[in-house]
Design a protein around this ligand. Sequence first.
Ligand code: DX5
Ligand code: ZN
Length: 218
Amino acid sequence: MNHLIAPSILAADFANLQRDIEMINESDGDWIHVDIMDGMFVPNISFGFPVVNAVKKHARKDLDVHLMIVDPDRYLKNFKDAGAASITVHYEACPNLHRTVQYIKELGCRASVAVNPHTPVLLLDDIVADLDMVLIMSVNPGFGGQKFIQNTYKKLGDIRTLASEKNPGLYIEVDGGVDAANAAKLVEAGANVLVAGNSVFSAADQKGAITGLKRLRG
Ligand code: DX5
Ligand code: ZN
C-alpha cells in the first residue's frame, strides 16, 4: 500500500481555517487529521463540534478524527454526524474497547485505536483483527510541535509484525514529530499513514512540504 499523508489542522491558522483547508484540498495530502482534546485525557483543550462542522463544510478529503478525550463513547455519534470518516480512540481511555470499536464500525466509520508512547503494542493482540487502523503516538498526546520519540521505530516493527499475522490490510498511522527527516524511515519501519502538523504548517511552502512527505524517494 502506498503511504498516505494526513496533515494535522491543530497546527493550522484558526483565524484562516478555510484557507488552510483549501490548501490541503489542493495538496497531495490524503486525509485531514482533526485532533480533539478535552483537558482531561490530555492537559490541553483544542476545539469541538462547531469547528469540525465548519471544517467538514469545506473539506474535500476524509476527516481523520483523533479523540484524546475520556469516555469517548459519549460523543462517537456526534463526530460521525460532524463528518468523521475515521475515528481514533485511545487504548488508555477505553475500559470496554471492544464495544467502543464495534460502535464506531456500526456508525460506518473506520475504527482506529491509538496507543501512547508507554503503551505496548502487544496489548492490541486481541483487538487488532477488528480494527481498520492503529495510531502509534510518537509524542505524548496534547500538543503539536513536540520532539519525536525514537522508540517509535521499534513499536512500528511490533505492530507491523502483529498486523502481518492478524490483519494485513491494517492502516498503521504515526502521529507526532513527523517531518521530512524521519518520514522515509517511518514508512520503512511499517507506517502507512503519516500525520504531520508543525512540519507542514510552519513551512514556507506548505503544499510542497506535503508533497515532500508523499514522494519520499523523488
Ligand atoms: C498531538 C496530536 C498530533 C499533532 C501532531 O497530540 O495528536 O496530531 O497535531 O503535531 P506535530 O506534527 O506538530 O507533532
Ligand atoms: Zn493526532
